[in-house]
Each structure stands twice: as C-alpha cells, then as structure tokens.
Design a protein. Sequence first.
Length: 230
Amino acid sequence: MSSTRLTLRRAATVTALTAASVLAAAGIAAAHVTVHPESYAKGATDGVLTFRVPNEEDTASTTKVQVYLPTDHPVLGVLVTPHDGWTAKVTTTKLKTPVKTDDGTITEAASEITWTGGKIGAGQFEDFDVAFGQLPEDTDQLAFKTLQTYSDGKVVRWIEEAQSGDDEPENPAPTLKLTAAGDDSAGDDSAASAAPAAKTGGTATTTAADSSDSTARGLGIAGLIVGARP
C-alpha cells in the first residue's frame, strides 16, 4: 500500500472517530432535561416554557416528571397544556413576599408541576408545555429542579446548578436565563418552534395533562395555550 493511500486511510479513520465522538457528546448533552427557550426578558408576560424530557434508560420508561418552580422568584399565572395520556397536577404555595402586578397583589404561586400516567420509552422524549403570565424581574436566571422517575423505580434528580466558571454538572437543573428588558436575543429559541419538533417524530406518545387551578387569576392567559399549539 502506498504511503499516500495509507495517509488518506488514517485521515479518514481519525475523521470518523472524531465525528463519532462529537455525536456521542451531543447525545449525552441532549439527554439532559432542558427548558426552552433558553432565555426570556426579565418581567416577560404571556409566554410559554417547554420542558423537554428525554428517556435515558434502555430497559425502562419514564412514568413521572416533577418540575419544581422557584418561589423566591416566582413565576406567576402558571397553566399547563393538555397532553394525551398524561395528567398534570399544579401545586401552589403561599409566597413569603407577595408580588404586586398591574392586576393586583399575588400571594400564591405555582411551586411544583407533576405529570403522571403517560410513558416515555427508550430513545424517545416528551415536551411538556407550561404557559405563564409573568416572569420575575429581580433575578438573572431561574433553575427548575426536576425529578424524573422510571418504571423500574429509578429516580434521576436534575437538581444541580452550575456555578460561574465551573463545568456543567452531571445532573444539571433546567435553567432559564433572564436578560435585560428589550434584549432582542431573549426568547429567540421559542417554545413555539420547539414543540412542533416533538410532535413530528420525537416521542412515542403525544403529551397530555389536567390543568390545575393556580395563580392565573386575573392574568388572562388562557387563550395563549390554544394559540401556542401547532
């Protein structure tokens, strides 16, 4: 074999291995529970957050998802989108510090959303859509700690928050960045574009949930849910 052919063959092998490594790394990153879009403007109103939950197990299905919403910087007016096969329960908590809005003072906010009854199989993912009335203005990011329960009883805790300058933790919590009001980059990766991807071949089951009463009183965003569906 000529030296030229040997060099080309080695180069092709290295390229293939590099590509495989990149794809593997991308697969690992994609396996995390994430929230979309990645950012919103501080104080944004009438929007949608999509929690994407992939199944990491080969022999078990995801049967329960619990998303915890921060109450020190509360998300107001939370409503869930119905998803076939899933039932959602929204738990509200009395706020230590009430939030004043144009519609009045809010004393309670959603602290947890739990989806049960459905199934996310191996190699599949599910998108869970959550509409909100208003995001907080007094923080730079929101971490939504999440528990993912499998049919074999295993619970994966997506609760670790990355510290400035540190590498991404092993089980990172879905995190939403909050940017200065008027920042055009906020919300570019919109939930409206993320949700159709799931409907066109990402999951074995279309998601569905029972809407529970939350702090949506007076915020008037029920119509948004219908408009957000593709």
